[in-house]
Structure formats: C-alpha cells, structure tokens
Write a protein that binds this ligand. Structure first.
Ligand code: PMP
Length: 404
C-alpha cells in the first residue's frame, strides 16, 4: 500500500485511499450481512437502500431538480452515444410522427475526439440526418486539431432538432466549456432555438461531480461513466428530464428504430435502475466516494480545489512555454480543469519520453497523452490532492531549469 504511485491517468483513474480501504472491508462483509458486496443480491434491502443513498447524494450535491430523474445503467459513455440517439429520436417521433428521416435532424457540436465519435454513432444509427453545429477543427490554429471552444457566432443550431449534443469536457483533447457564462468559451445557451423544452444532451463523463453543472435544469440528458471522478468503471450515471423518458415501443410503432431493452430510459427508470443486475461493486464504491465528498463539503469544495489545482498547473506550463520548454495545445480560456494537454519541447531529443521517465522515478504515473494525439496529459480528477498537484508542478518547473 505504501508503494502506491500518484496516478494522473485519464480513466480509470485515482480513487481516494480511504475509500479503497473501506471497500476492502465491504468486499469481505458488506454492512454486517456476512456477505461481500460483490456477492450480495442487488434486491437485498441493504443494497437497495445504498442505491437510494447514492441517488440522493448525487441529487443533493449537484442540485438536480425534481423535473429530472437520476438513473443508473451500464455500457459506459459509449453506450450512451447510442442510447441518447435512440431515446431522443423516439421522443421526437412521438412529438412529430409525420416527418421523414431526412426532415428529422440531430445537432452535434464537435469540440473533440469524443463528440466526434458520438456524432459518428448517430450517423451509423440513422433515423435522422446529422447536422454539425460547429466543427472546432475548422476554427483551430492549424485547421485540423481540436484546440478550443469556437466563438459563439460560429454555432449554427437547427430549428427543431431531435437532440442537441455536446461534450462538456473532451478528455483526449483537453478542451472544456467554461462554467462562466460570460466567457466566450462557455456553451452558448442563449443561441438555442426557442419554443419548447430544449433536447440538450451533454456528455459529462470526465467532469461529472468536479464542479457545478451550469444550467442543469435546461438539459434533456446528462450522462457520465463513473470511472473518472466517481468510482470504478462499469457504472453509467444519467440525469434525464422526465419528458425524455418516453414509451419507445409506442414510438417504434410509428416508425422509430426499436430500442434495445437495456437502453430504454423508461424501462430502466420504471424499474428503479434494477431492470437487470446492476454493477453492484461500482455502485458501492461510487457511494463511498460521494459520502466522502459530502463530508468534505460537496461540489463547492471540489470546485474550488479543482480550480486551484488547474490554475497552478497552467501557470507553471505557461511560464515554461514562454521560455520555449512547453507547448500548450489548447487556446487560453478553453483549457480543461480535468485534463491538461501539452508537448515538451526541450530538453534534447525524445524530451517527452524523458519527461515521463523522470516523473515515474518520482512516483507520478499515467501522464502519457492519448495514443491518438501523443504529448503529455495530466488528469486532475477529484481524488488528486493539492499536495500531489504541487509536487507535479515542482517537477514541471524543475524541468525548465538549466541543470535538468
Ligand atoms: N466521453 C468521454 C468524454 C470520455 O472521456 C469517455 C471515456 N474516456 C467516453 C465518452 C467513453 O466512455 P466509456 O469508455 O465509458 O464508454
């Protein structure tokens, strides 16, 4: 246990040690039942009450309004790339049964690799045309990279789309919407089509529970895999406005694509997230993580800690960049608090490998950038402490001194 590295990986990622210690006990004997958490029935009263507590913790800490249900499922963020399309198309079919597939539109905001993948899945599933609201690559410095949130004037929304999709934090590219509505890098809520409830879908996989969700009540669906800030992989958390929990079979009778039963929001919601066996172990650990968060002060606590962590890392990188040691890949203002991406330009050939080896020697791991973009990526999820961040900042600064 003393040999644990500091894990700056992008996900699955670091979990608080106190939670892991507690989870070890629960694996052997869950709440005095004599049965371990990975062995106990998901219909036992101990487990169902834990599930209710997890839901309650998310609702209170994130201020989820009563217009929205919280549901738990599996399949990860990728499962939701498909599920949001199928459920939102079913909803749109019930609202507008007579539109052709060509007339039906799904709006995608492309700000990075994950929103690009989600749009590709929407195209693959069909049932409507896919409209690109904006492709950030066309506004980037090199015309091909995802390096920032485009200007609000560049967003072109459709009039009555079945869904409007964005990824709040792009884990691979390190691009995040600002949570300050006055920032040019915020999501342009003021430009959304008027009339009716917005079919706004947000992928919060890598920023869920790290800070407040701006305009949470205006969203149709918010989804997140647990494996960054909340717990182990295997659990997917959804916040769904009730008008988006529709009878998908009724929609299918009108011509919508049939929805696999485990992807139907209504099926899951009606069964209290227990239609089929849920990821009990992940749910248990997520519960421990959020109980700990509550004691520490909830989302406000993490928001201020995460902001400070990111500010210190960006400041050190910017200072080094001014002297030619680093290249920050994302435009100022669009940089993620959770995933910070950059290149090491000095010292010598193979600077990045040396940077990684040096960090590993100090017990800091998981810093290699995503294989599709290379470079270095620092992930600063909730379980990474300020002290651990400061040690990394010292390393970043040390790299730029003549002796290094
Ligand atoms: N969206 C984002 C923003 C992600 O970071 C990831 C995974 N890293 C996914 C979607 C895909 O999630 P999963 O691997 O859980 O399917």
């Amino acid at each position: 246990v003393n040999q644990r590295a500091v894990n700056f990986g992008a996900g699955p990622s670091a979990l608080p040690e106190s939670v892991l210690e507690e989870a070890c006990k629960g694996l052997l004997n869950f709440q005095g039942t004599g049965i371990g958490i990975a062995e106990i029935s998901h219909r036992s009263k101990e487990f169902t009450s834990l599930l209710a507590d997890l839901e309650n913790n998310i609702r209170t800490q994130l201020d989820v309004p009563l217009t929205h249900k919280i549901i738990f499922t599996q399949g990860g963020g990728t499962g939701q790339f498909s599920a949001v399309v199928l459920n939102m198309l079913a909803r749109h079919r019930l609202l507008h049964p007579n539109l052709s597939d060509e007339q039906r539109v799904m709006d995608y905001v492309l700000t990075g690799s994950w929103s690009k993948k989600a749009a590709a899945e929407a195209k693959r599933l069909g049932g409507a045309s896919v409209h690109t609201v904006v492709d950030a690559r066309t506004k980037s410095i090199d015309s091909k990279s995802f390096d920032g949130i485009p200007a609000h004037a560049d967003f072109d929304f459709s009039v009555d789309p079945a869904l409007i999709y964005y990824c709040e934090n792009e884990t691979v590219d390190g691009v995040q919407f600002s949570n300050d509505e006055t920032s040019p890098a915020s999501f342009p809520f003021h430009l959304l089509p008027t009339g009716g409830l917005w079919p706004l879908v947000a992928d919060y996989s890598s920023s869920f529970m790290s800070r407040k969700i701006p305009r949470i009540a205006d969203h149709a669906v918010i989804f997140a895999g647990a494996q960054k800030n909340v717990g182990p992989a295997g659990l997917t958390i959804l916040i769904v406005r009730q008008d988006c929990i529709v009878d998908v079979d009724a929609a299918a009778q009108l011509g919508a694509t049939p929805v696999p039963i485990t992807m139907s929001y209504k099926t899951i919601a009606d069964a209290g997230s227990l239609y089929n066996t849920p990821s009990t172990l992940s749910i248990y650990i997520a519960h421990l993580v959020l109980e700990r968060s509550k004691k520490l002060g909830g989302i406000e606590y993490f928001e201020s800690v995460n902001k400070r962590k990111a500010q210190r890392v960006y400041a050190a990188l910017r200072e080094g960049a001014d002297r030619g040691f680093y290249h920050l890949k994302v435009k100022e203002g669009s940089g993620s608090w959770m995933n910070i991406v950059f290149n090491v330009l000095k010292n010598g050939d193979d600077a990045e490998s040396k940077f990684l080896i040096g960090a590993e020697a100090l017990g800091m791991k998981g810093l290699k950038g995503h294989r599709s973009v290379g470079g270095i990526r620092i992930s600063l999820y909730n379980a990474i402490t300020e002290e651990q961040t400061d040690n990394l900042v010292a390393y970043i600064k040390g790299w730029t001194t003549p002796e290094s």
